[in-house]
Design a protein around this ligand. Structure first.
Ligand SMILES: *Cc1c(COP(=O)(O)O)cnc(C)c1O
Length: 392
């Protein structure tokens, strides 16, 4: 996507300043309800295809400005902004399946996608087959007569495995199966699944889009017909619209999306250089690293990779990992990512200390997210972590 259109979308699209006193920043239209002057106006608004405002569970002016921008960034006809990334996933799947349907999903999708597939959908007689998505043929092999959806997440936000979007979209189209891709890792600035043939793109706006660690939200983008179907049904029934205030915060965060991602990408290179060849680092896993097994595919379908990666510490005990993490003074220990602050999340937080086995690589994995701090500030802190495990 060229810089001009990104700038146009982020700075200008959807902003009708004459409608709000020529204010440069759009207003937060904090209202539940909208009133009408006449029965005729009211009736017109109630007609199915009207774009008039009626009630903020449906659409609100502040939310609409954001919707226009996010749909344009995705290259989509339309989008919905909902109150979490998880709601975006659940709503989309729920709107597309009926009892008896089957889904082929990439293995280890985002944890709450997996929980929906494993715990909720079986109650409605919807089944899921997981496949290793690194080989597109695995999707084809898993397709059944009742397969309705292929669910993708590339790169996967935990193991960073990629799926070849163009290849999977082609397979799905030949069998009239819908494809959904979670694009939270890349954002539309770094990967544009709809242009590669994917039908629906989902994102957690909590991550890069908002980028300031103060909003939970999600986006569903796709063809107008499909988005409208979700809007008039599951979206309205569940009441999951983003609020005007959250939409306003995301609009504000979005202004700097491009510069944040550029800065984070630059800093990430420096942090990875620091890790590379470090005696205590066994491996780093990052799609834009030349040693990444799917580097060629990453370069083919992604325009950038941001700041999320993982590394394996060369240690023999869980205490060394704990010492490394606990010694950090600036990098925060937390879930999520995509904000201004650098973060780490060691895999061992999901293990009881007694279950740790240094022979199992996964146990020694640490996920890191590089934020907006100075590179030297981050690297100095990581050095503090390494110093804490030296000589153990
Ligand atoms: C965080 C995340 C989600 C869920 O988003 P929330 O806004 O936390 O509900 C979905 N997919 C991926 C890849 C994520 O990282």
């Amino acid at each position: 996507m060229n810089a001009k259109s990104v700038s146009e979308i982020i700075n200008e699209l959807g902003e009708e300043r004459a409608e709000y006193f020529n204010a440069v920043a759009p207003p937060i239209v904090q209202t539940s309800n909208f009133a009408f002057d006449s029965v005729a106006d009211f009736r017109k608004a109630m007609s199915h295809n009207s774009e008039d405002y009626i009630y903020s569970r449906a659409i609100n002016p502040t939310v609409r400005i954001l919707c226009q921008k996010l749909a344009a960034l995705d290259g989509a006809e339309d989008c919905l902004v909902v109150n979490s990334g998880s709601a975006a996933i659940f709503t989309t799947i729920l709107s597309l399946v009926k009892s008896g349907d089957h889904i082929v999903s990439v293995e280890k999708p985002y944890s709450w996608a997996q929980k929906m597939f494993d715990n909720i959908l079986p109650r409605f007689n919807v089944t899921v087959t997981y496949v290793d998505g690194r080989n597109a043929e695995n999707f084809e092999k898993a397709i059944q007569e009742n397969t309705r959806i292929i669910y993708l997440e590339t790169p996967n936000s935990w193991n960073f495995y990629l799926q070849d979007l163009e290849a999977v979209a082609k397979i799905a189209k030949s069998k009239k199966i819908l494809t959904i891709c979670d694009n939270s890792y890349c954002t539309p600035l770094y990967q544009r699944p709809l242009e590669l043939g994917i039908d629906v793109v989902l994102q957690s706006a909590t991550k890069y889009l908002n980028g300031h660690s103060d909003v939970i939200a999600g986006v569903i983008s796709g063809k107008k017909e499909l988005i409208e179907k979700i809007y008039h049904n599951e979206f309205m029934n569940m009441g999951i619209s983003a609020t005007p205030f959250d939409a306003w915060l995301i609009l504000r965060g979005l202004r700097t999306l491009n510069v944040r991602l550029s800065r984070i990408s630059e800093t990430t290179k420096k942090v990875l250089d620091f890790f590379k060849g470090h005696e205590k680092v066994e491996e780093i896993v990052f799609p834009f690293d030349k040693d990444f097994p799917q580097y060629d595919l990453a370069k083919k379908q992604m325009q950038g990779a941001g700041g999320l990666f993982s590394f394996l510490l060369k240690v023999n005990s869980v205490h060394e990992i704990e010492n490394f993490c606990d010694a950090l003074q600036h990098i925060l220990m937390a879930v999520s990512w995509g904000g201004y602050e650098s973060l780490i999340m060691p895999a061992c937080v999901s293990l009881q200390p007694g279950d740790f086995d240094s022979e199992i690589k996964e146990h020694r994995r640490i996920r890191m997210y590089v934020g907006l701090e100075d590179p030297g500030f981050i690297i100095e802190d990581l050095q503090r972590g390494f110093d804490a495990i030296k000589g153990e």
